[in-house]
Structures are given as C-alpha cells and as structure tokens.
Design a protein around this ligand. Structure first.
Ligand code: GLN
Ligand code: ZN
Length: 768
C-alpha cells in the first residue's frame, strides 16, 4: 500500500496560540506550566488533525517552542559558554536567553538569527567552538515521540541531520570548519537513534536540507559517513532521508547509495528529477513523492499529481511509494476554514496546511483504491482548477498587452549617472555628506491605537487621516529642527511596507488569519497575489503632496520595490515569478511618474528583499539577478534624468550581488553597515562602484543612542573607500520600531557628525 506521509506541521496553532502563550510567559504573566500546557495542546491538536485527515505517517518532534535548530543545539548540548551561568539555571530561561538574549546588568547577546534556506522563516545559528564537545544532553525527539504515543499516535520522529546542523552553524574562529566536528558529534546522534529505537519508534526522518545546495565533495563525504553510521547504530529504525526546496541535482548519486529506507523528493520545485530517480533507485528504496506544495497556498492540481505518482507506481511496488507535501507545512498557514473575509471565488483556489493534508490523503487513496474511490474529490478539484483558469479575476488583457510591449533594455534605461548626477545636484543643491533617513519614523502606541480604532469602526477614516497628518507634520517638524537635509514623511499611514501597496493594487487578496511563523513568536501574514497586477490610482501621491507642503526642503517619495513585494507575498503559481514581478514593476513605474508629475524630486524605491530572492543553487543566480535588476530598472527609469532615484537594502553582505547592484544604477543606495563597521564597503570599493552610497551609521536594531564621535569614526572609514562627493549620511534602516526618545538624540548626533565631516573636508579641499 502507498502511504500518506507528512513531514512537519505549523507550530503556531490555528489561532496563533503559541505566540500568545510565549508572550504572556515572557511578560511574566503566566507560569512555566501554562506555557508548556499551551504548547502541548498545539501538538495534540496537530496530531489529531493529521490522524483525522488520514495521514499514515505522522511526524513528531517537528514542534518547537521557538526554533528547531535551537532545539537540535539543546539536544546535543551545544550551549555557548555565555549561557552557562547561574542566572540561567532553569532550562527554559536558558533556552529563551539563547533565542532572544538577556537584558541584565551585563547583557547577553542571543544566538544570531538567519533565514532558513529561501524561506521567510528564521532559524537560530548554532555556535560551535574549536574542540566542541557533544553529548545527548536532552533527547527532545524521544520525549516528543513518547508524548505522541501516550496520546495514541504512532509517529515518525523528525530530527535535523548532523551534516545540516553543522553546516548551518558558525564558529568564532576562521581556522576550522564546522564539518570537522562531525566525528565528535556522531556518537551523540547514534545514542539518540538508539533511544528512539528503544522507545519503540519504527521510522526516523532525518532532514538533510543542505543537499539542495550546490554539490560539494566535503558535504557528500560527510553525509555518506554520517548516515552509514546512524543506520548501523539503530538497525531496527528505518530512515526516511528528507531534503526539500529543490532537486537533489548532482547529489543524487551520493544519496542513492545511502543505506536509507526512503527518500523524500521535492517534486513541486524539481518534478524533472523523478524519472532519473526511478531509473537509478536501489531495489528496496521507497520514494516519498513531495507532490503537494508546502511553500505556497494554492490547491494542488490533483490530476497532474496523480499522473506523476502514476509514473512511480508503474515502476515501483506500492509499498515503496509515499505521498507527501514537498516540505514541512511549517511554511503555510494552518487552516483555510477560518478565512471569512476572502472572496469565495479566490478561497476556492487555496489550500492551507489542513487542506494540504487532505490532498495528500486523497492522492494516496487514489493510488491504493483507484480513482473511483475518490472520484468526487478529484472532480471537485478539477472543477476548481478550471474555475481558476477561466476566472475573470486573473487575466487582464490591458496588463498583458502592456507587459508584452515592454523592452527591458529600452524601457529600463537612463542616461549615465555621470550625466544625470550634475543635473540632480543643480536642482537639489545638497551640501556635502547629505543627511537623510530610510523612511519610517516611530510607530507610536498612539498611532497603533488609532489604526485599531479605525479598523473596528470606532473612528472614521477622516478622523484617522487627521491623526496621520498630525504624525507626518510632527515628523517633518522634528527633522527640520534637527537639521536633516533630505526629509521623509515617516510612513505613519503604513502598517507594513508590502501590505500597504498590496491593498492599493489589483490582483492582491488578504487573508484574515493566514499567519506563518517568521521566528519565535513573530508571525507574518503575507498578501496573496492571485491575478494580474494593476494600479487602480496613485497610491502615495496625496500623502507626499501633503508632506511636501509642510516644508521647503526636499521630501522623498517612498515606494516599495517590485522584488520586495514579490518576495514577501504568496505568489501565483500559474506563471513564472519574473512575469508577476514585471507587472509589479510597471505599477511602481506608474507611481514614480505620478510622484514626479506632482513635483517630487527624489524617489526612494526600497528593495530590502532583493538579496533573499537569490536561488539556493549558484547556477540559478544569474537568471534571477537578470530579471530582478530588469524589474527594478523598469520601476525606476520612467522618470526624467534630473529626478533622483534612491534605493535601500538592509543587510551587509553584498559580495554575491554587487554587480547586480551596480546594474540597478540607483542614484543613491542606503545600506546597513553600522554593526559590521563598514565592512561591506570592501565589496563596493573592489567593484569601483560609482554612484552615491549611504552606509548606515546608526544601528537602529538597538535602543542605544550612538554618539557623534562613533558616527564620525564610521564615516571616516567609509571615506577611505568612497569619494567624499558620493557619501551620504543615514541610519541603517527605518526607525519604526524605535521610540522618539531614542531616535531624536541619535539623529541629532548624526547631523553633528555630518557637520564635523564637512568642516574637515573643506579644509582638506582648500588645501589641495
Ligand atoms: N522605508 C522602509 C522603512 O523605513 C524600509 C524598511 C526596510 O528596509 N525593511 O521602514
Ligand atoms: Zn531596511
């Protein structure tokens, strides 16, 4: 019999119970017992849901109080010494200190956080030291398995594999690689598997997602060594080796030689790999066919999936076939049933976690009992596929025509920077080292309260707008008082930089409860791009006009770039992402033109998600960068040469994308760099980047107010590689999460720092 399998499920609960339980616990308003009980209830619900859906192989150990990589570190005793202090003697206190840091007299920094592959989930980066010792300190997977068993569920424990665990971690010294610790780590993993076997588990799922990266001989050798040892350690335990987010590529040969019982394949992202896997798989290997998209919220096309599954069924005995999602369902919201506000026509096209479980079960039943057994479900699915394809909501002929008429080279070009820059300068008359900010000013509790009142209908839209205008006026008055050169309106009207534009564009839908975990208790509710994107009307012009009317200084027009809007949404799967991005680019292009027509001289198009769109395989990067750059240029180049285009990216690793950034050709780019001490500028210097740069001098992620001296020091470092005429002075990112009490003195210091630089620069220049 083919089996219905799941690899992992959302941990936040259908109504974000985990978030609430964590935050009340952190606030000291609930007990440890309350938190653990809430977590247990979520696991119980998840197992019950999967069992009711007819899933044969249900995972355990996929839940986490904060993050599964942190759980792996805890399991194997990888606890950096700064967390081994008396004040952190309780296991939970230590766990959350590692996750979030600790604000005490001597603050303790949390583990670093970074993106889990190309998802919007963030994991905590384990820190390994030279001579790191490992032990089975806390067998969390065994505990989870036993808990499920007590509740009547026979589950398959899920663990992060040793090679991925090491590879995803970091060390503080450059002189050894984390993979060199493998031999020391494996005995602890062996012990974990032995304990799982002793507890009664029949299967274990070992996730080795690093197999999705470019093939690397060191990784291949390590995987082979590790899996071989683990298979020998617990011979009674069958291993399902899972990798996801793409094909196995050049790792396939290695993987097919491993002593595992089943192999999970992502057939949503890499359907083409199935045939060669079938041809080359050893006789007893079962294939777990990841046919249901675990990364996106669209219903699976069951007919198509069955056709693929059928190819496997023709070649393999039924017991060697598992039907599964393409990856853990961690990355999709829990249950579509809770969506009451979505238009019925669009809701019909969607499947969240719970619905995806049903899809998996239906596919398995169709294989086992024949299509007739699930005819109704298949017919309903086919009808839904048809309704979506034929819906008047999806295709818009005018958008299609316009996109078809676009020539990226022609429509995305401007005169060279060296020619347009003097024209911009003639109009703007900016001093040397112009000061500016990234866009948002503090979103005060007052502002949030007003927004909530407006949503509940307690104040009218007009009243709400009045409050927003007051906020904007206040932000402008403050910037003028502080002496900033290029102003922003502060983005008080925006709850979120993507949602704001999505709500004003056609082709977007918004869920009421479509939450996905971003990290810990933080969840995001991405918009859904379901159809061709068009701009109904100008989106920002009126607010800009109001803001500019309050000052004689230049007021930036603030837009979110097409790549970032794409990256932070659930994107339609019926056309390539680049096509959707191009539609977004045209909508933003129209907005830049309208801003310009209204008199705006500086337009900033933020692209903080530009880098995270990079594909996992290096060979796929050029194609992505090509269309991402084209889209930015389309969005930004419909304006006169005298209109200055800014962009912003808030991270500090630019080496891989520096050529693309140069090709984006923004007049000014602002970046994050305060914390990394301007390290990123090496990439810009090596590339001989010619346009203006504003490397952040104020770390806005910290409540600390940096002094003018610190900022001068950072700027002097920047001046070693950047021409003084090209250097801007700004913070690392937007200020929305800070308070006015923190922001005001920091910006005052920033203006002082720019002033000091101007004095010395003039001395230097006249001396030349
Ligand atoms: N303009 C946005 C802001 O200041 C940019 C945010 C971001 O980079 N993530 O809030
Ligand atoms: Zn930013």
């Amino acid at each position: 019999m083919a089996k219905a399998v799941n690899l992992g499920f959302s941990r936040i609960g259908a109504n974000r119970q985990l978030k609430k339980a964590l935050e009340t616990f952190w606030a000291g308003k609930s007990s440890r017992g309350d938190l653990l009980a809430a977590a247990k209830q979520i696991r119980r619900d998840n197992w019950a849901m999967q069992s009711a859906a007819g899933i044969d192989e249900i995972p355990s150990g996929d839940f986490s109080l904060y993050d599964h990589v942190l759980d792996t570190a805890i399991t194997f005793g990888v606890i950096p010494s700064r967390f081994r202090i008396a004040a952190l003697s309780s296991d939970l206190d230590r766990y959350f200190a590692m996750a979030r840091g600790m604000a005490s007299q001597q603050p303790i920094g949390a583990l670093e956080m970074t993106k889990w592959f190309d998802t919007n989930y963030h994991y905590l980066v384990p820190e390994f030291s030279a001579g790191q010792e490992f032990s089975l300190a806390q067998p969390l997977a065994v505990q989870a398995y036993q808990e499920a068993r007590t509740l009547g569920h026979e589950t398959r424990p899920v663990i992060l594999g040793p090679v991925s665990f090491l590879t995803l971690g970091k060390t503080h010294s450059a002189d050894f690689s984390t993979l060199s610790l493998l031999d020391g780590l494996l005995p602890a993993y062996e012990e974990l598997l032995r304990q799982l076997q002793a507890a009664g588990a029949r299967w274990v799922q070992i996730d080795e997602p690093v197999l999705v990266f470019d093939a690397d001989p060191g990784i291949q050798r390590s995987i082979t060594a590790a899996i071989t040892r683990l298979a020998n350690a617990a011979p009674g335990l069958k291993i399902l080796l899972a990798s996801y987010f793409g094909g196995l590529g050049d790792n396939l040969d290695t993987v097919l030689r491993l002593p595992v019982h089943a192999l999970q394949l992502d057939l949503v992202r890499a359907p083409e790999q199935l045939d060669s896997v079938i041809r080359n798989a050893p006789r007893n290997l079962a294939l777990s066919l990841g046919l249901v998209d675990g990364r996106n919220i669209w219903k699976a096309d069951l007919a198509k999936a069955l056709e693929t599954a059928g190819r496997a069924a023709d070649a393999l005995t039924p017991d060697r076939i598992f039907i599964a999602p393409s990856c853990s369902l961690l990355h999709v919201p829990v249950d579509l049933a809770g969506e009451t506000a979505l238009p019925a026509e669009i809701k019909d096209w969607l499947a969240f976690g719970k619905q995806k479980l049903d899809e998996v079960a239906i596919l398995a039943r169709a294989l086992n009992e024949g299509r007739e057994a699930v005819r109704e479900a298949l017919e309903e699915n086919a009808a839904s596929m048809r309704r979506r394809k034929e819906s008047g909501l999806v295709l818009k002929q005018d958008v299609r025509k316009r996109v078809a008429g676009i020539d990226a080279a022609r429509d995305g070009s401007r005169t060279p920077f060296s020619e347009r820059n003097p024209k911009q300068q003639a109009i703007l008359q900016l001093p040397l080292f112009p000061t500016t900010t990234i866009g948002s000013f503090p979103q005060t509790p007052e502002l949030r309260r007003r927004r909530a009142q407006m949503r509940k209908g307690e104040i009218t839209a007009a009243e709400y707008d009045g409050h927003i205008r007051e906020e904007i006026a206040h932000a402008i008055a403050e910037q003028e008082r502080i002496g900033i050169d290029v102003l922003v309106h502060g983005e008080a009207e925006r709850n979120d930089m993507v949602e704001y534009f999505g709500e004003l564009l056609d082709g977007f839908a918004f869920t009421g409860n479509g939450w996905v975990q971003s990290y810990g208790s933080r969840c995001v509710k991405p918009p859904v791009i379901y159809g061709d994107v068009t701009r109904r009307a100008p989106m920002t012009v009126e607010w800009w006009r109001f803001a500019q009317s309050r000052t004689r200084l230049p007021m930036k027009g603030m837009l979110t770039g097409p790549v970032t809007i794409l990256q932070w949404s659930f994107v339609r799967n019926d056309q390539p992402r680049r096509d959707t991005c191009r539609q977004l680019a045209l909508a933003i292009r129209d907005e830049t033109r309208d801003l310009e027509a209204a008199g705006c001289k500086i337009i900033q198009i933020d692209e903080p998600a530009f880098r995270e769109g990079l594909p996992l395989r290096k060979s796929d990067a050029p194609e992505y960068l090509r269309w991402a750059v084209d889209c930015f240029r389309l969005a930004s180049s419909g304006v006169r040469e005298s209109t200055q285009i800014h962009t912003h990216m808030c991270y500090a690793e630019f080496n891989e994308i520096i050529d693309a950034i140069a090709e984006m050709d923004a007049d000014v780019i602002s970046l994050e760099s305060a914390r990394s001490q301007m390290e990123l500028l090496d990439a810009f210097a090596a590339h001989a980047y010619r346009n203006d740069i504003g490397p952040g001098v104020y770390d806005i992620h910290s409540p600390r107010v940096p002094s003018a001296e610190e900022m001068v020091a950072l700027l002097e470092r920047a001046l070693q590689v950047i021409d003084a005429r090209r250097l801007w002075v700004n913070p690392d990112c937007g200020l929305k999460t800070r308070t006015w009490e923190q922001v005001t003195p920091a910006l005052e210091n920033m203006v002082v720092a720019a002033g000091r630089l101007r004095v010395t620069a003039q001395v230097n220049r006249s001396a030349v």
